[in-house]
Write a protein that binds this ligand. Structure first.
Ligand SMILES: *Cc1c(COP(=O)(O)O)cnc(C)c1O
Length: 376
């Protein structure tokens, strides 16, 4: 918790649940990433946290943006980003969204299929396009594979066609999966995609850009490698494959930029036991799977939880949300322990909740209000 957030919580005592984010920390993370990979252009993945306060701060730092929808494109423009600094990175776009983005001056688009390429040919002629390659997501706590990306063979053919169809065959991309905790995933993906890059260049395609995606991890319950380790591994792999002929490098971090800048404060609604002698307590919070903690699905993302009783004796707990839905359980198998003194009415903090929380909240499920947000 940053001092600014601690002061805000102590002085304002906001109603819970709420997400509180220190925008200075976003800037620190952005600068750390820029230092770790000075040769890469950073396209912030807006979907991780699209708050205007975050976008404006990043635009002020000359960040580029990766948008998933036309609505996100508009948010970036509103935050002061120039259209040529926005990449429409979703490989699944409505025709109306492609047209509007193109008209707004966006010139960079992702695709991973023949069908999407045809849409870009018609509705965004002349644009810089890049093809997303399917790579292994092993080592990622929140994998993205299968839904996106194509094979090396198809990508080769599609990139050859893109140029002939009046588009600018700009580059290749991949995503190693979100909350990727191994540097090896990047090295392996770079190796695979760089070979295609070289092959296409030799075939006469004017490729200039390698997009290494996002995935850079935030510290949740467990430690993760420092960002410099990822930077070193990526630069070593890029240099091994391209020597002094490095293409333009793009990264699209989301979670790393905003994750540890924010936290969720919640209230304990109930602490109970299924049976009087059961050592396991069920702790119900006023936020759950539908209030923004969607990434606890499969107990994938394990938030670090702090309480005012920390340091006192703990016992095993299952942690669940407040709705009347059986799926609204965050943790049952991940060996969470909380202080025995914890009781109804206490406040708890879920740390590193700045990414993929606020916009994952349902609007009115079970009547609960959407998550309140504060940007400091
Ligand atoms: C979600 C997404 C990102 C951001 O991923 P993080 O793991 O949050 O860094 C980057 N690129 C694309 C194409 C995405 O869909």
């Amino acid at each position: 918790m940053t001092p600014k957030i601690a002061r805000f919580l102590a002085q304002q005592q906001p109603a819970t649940p709420c997400m509180v984010l220190d925008v200075d920390r976003v800037e620190d993370n952005f600068r750390a990433l820029r230092d770790a990979l000075p040769l890469a252009r950073i396209y912030y993945a807006v979907k991780a946290n699209p708050a205007p306060q975050v976008l404006e701060r990043l635009a002020g730092l000359s960040s580029y943006f990766d948008a998933a929808s036309i609505e996100e494109v508009v948010s970036c423009l509103d935050a002061g980003a120039a259209p040529e600094m926005i990449s429409f990175g979703n490989t699944i776009k409505k025709v109306s969204a492609i047209r509007r983005a193109h008209q707004a001056g966006v010139t960079m688009f992702a695709f991973d299929s023949r069908e999407e390429l045809q849409k870009l040919v018609r509705h965004a002629p002349g644009s810089r396009v890049y093809c997303r390659i399917l790579v292994e997501n092993e080592g990622a706590d929140w994998p993205l594979s299968r839904k996106f990306g194509t094979t090396i063979k198809d990508a080769r053919e599609l990139m050859l066609q893109a140029g002939k169809l009046g588009l600018d065959p700009y580059g290749l991309s991949f995503h190693v999966g979100s909350q990727q905790v191994t540097t090896h995933a990047y090295e392996a993906a770079i190796g695979k995609v760089a070979m295609l890059f070289t092959d296409l260049t030799e075939a006469g395609v004017n490729l200039r850009m390698m997009n290494l995606g996002g995935g850079f991890p935030t510290r949740y319950r467990d430690d993760v490698p420092e960002i410099d380790r990822f930077g070193d591994a990526i630069m070593t792999a890029m240099t091994r494959h391209f020597g002094n002929n490095l293409p333009e490098m793009v990264i699209e971090p989301g979670r790393f930029v905003v994750g540890d800048a924010g936290l969720v404060q919640a209230e304990v609604v109930l602490v109970s036991r299924r049976d009087r002698h059961d050592p396991l307590r069920w702790v119900y919070l006023d936020i759950g799977r539908f209030g923004g903690l969607a990434e606890t699905e499969g107990e994938s993302i394990k938030y670090r939880i702090t309480t005012a009783h920390d340091g006192s004796k703990t016992g095993p707990v299952a942690i669940a949300g407040p709705t009347c839905d059986g799926a609204d359980i965050m943790y049952e198998r991940s060996n969470y322990r909380l202080p025995l003194a914890l009781q109804c009415g206490d406040r708890v903090e879920l740390l590193s909740a700045g990414a993929y929380v606020t916009t994952y909240a349902s609007t009115r499920f079970n009547g609960f209000a959407p998550l309140a947000e504060y940007y400091l």
